[in-house]
Design a protein around this ligand. Structure first.
Ligand code: ADP
Ligand code: MG
Length: 315
């Protein structure tokens, strides 16, 4: 698989709106069967990149490819191979679930048996069969999301682009969405999925890319990003009796300590190393006369890394 052609590729993609660099030299690849989480705060450039992939907009420079076809040179071939789920849902009055899917099946030139088979396949996959004759307006947010996903799947494309599909879903609907996305990846589809909430995606993504202000600032396996500097770091929180005077300065002098932050009686910092390193620093603190009443350490999570990587740069 490593040598196979990527199913999705952004190559030095640029899209500017006036002075806003919405997408600024972004490159990444997604392979068959992979789920790529595109993570970044609001305004980072996720939707803009996805719209270019979906041939709804054009880059100022660079290119994007779906199954090897350029969105600039070959948009028709791209559209056939890609299902796009936008971050909004539009419908028409007085239309039911089956009619809605039928409409999109026709738009993809599916006729006769092919069309009824496609609608049946999508309703069964999304669990909408029992709601086939229900008007869309009456559906819950979760069911509308399923329908939106189903519509993007109607022509059984090998590539799926999902823009914030988990936004606004309740926890149960979110879990069900995850299962559907995992199932699609297991079928071999390449999936690009965005979110501004990292933890929403961490479990289902094989790779994540963190985008901010149009620039991709980190990309890799979830575990690798979690250990960006390839060595474990722990978040340590210490509470002292009285003040924390002197502790920050004392910590600054130590190897493996970074990101020191004092707040009231509490000091937080990042400590490189394993549990033995934690035990050592605690013992030395006490030996040095600091009056420790609480000492807690936990492995830095992806959310922590994300917060650190994107700190202060939200647009
Ligand atoms: N059509 C447009 N005209 C002008 N600015 C736009 C347009 N579309 C997006 N932008 C700007 O580009 C930046 C990226 O937006 P967007 O891709 O929607 O971010 P995200 O999806 O990550 O929240 C934002 O600053 C946004 O205001
Ligand atoms: Mg967006």
């Amino acid at each position: 698989m490593a040598n196979s052609q990527p199913m999705i590729e952004l190559r030095q993609l640029h899209r500017f709106f006036g002075t806003t660099r919405a997408v600024d030299n972004v490159s990444f690849q997604v392979q068959r069967g992979q789920v790529f989480g595109y993570i970044g705060p609001n305004g980072a450039g996720k939707t803009t990149s996805m719209r270019i992939l979906a041939t709804l907009d054009l880059p100022n420079a660079g290119d994007a490819f779906v199954d090897g076809f350029s969105v600039v040179e070959d948009p028709d071939r791209v559209r056939k191979r890609l299902g796009f789920m936008p971050d909004y849902f539009t419908t028409y009055p007085n239309i039911d679930v089956r009619e809605y899917l039928d409409f999109f099946a026709r738009a993809y030139h599916l006729y006769g048996k092919d069309r009824s088979r496609a609608i049946g396949r999508v309703m069964s996959f999304t669990g909408l069969a029992a709601l086939a004759d229900k008007p869309i307006q009456g559906l819950s947010k979760g069911m509308k999301q399923r329908l939106c996903l189903g519509r993007a799947l109607i022509h059984d494309p090998p590539v799926m682009i999902l823009d914030e599909p988990a936004a606004g879903l309740d926890p149960r609907a979110r879990i069900e969405l995850r299962e559907m996305i995992r199932a699609l990846a297991n079928e071999g589809k390449a999936i690009l999925i965005s979110s501004h909430i990292l933890t929403e995606l961490a479990e289902i993504c094989d790779i994540v890319g963190i985008i901010e202000r149009g620039r991709l600032i980190a990309v890799g396996k979830v575990d690798d990003i979690q250990q960006q500097d390839r060595s474990p770091q722990n978040l340590v929180e210490v509470r002292l009796v009285g003040g924390v005077d002197g502790l920050a300065g004392w910590l600054t002098e130590r190897d493996g300590v970074s990101g020191i932050h004092a707040d009231g009686n509490t000091v937080r910092f990042l400590l490189r190393g394993d549990e033995a390193a934690e035990a050592d620093v605690l013992r030395e603190m006490i030996e040095h006369g600091f009056r420790v009443i609480a000492f807690g350490a936990r492995r830095r999570t992806l959310e922590d890394v994300f917060m650190q990587v994107t700190k202060g740069l939200v647009q």
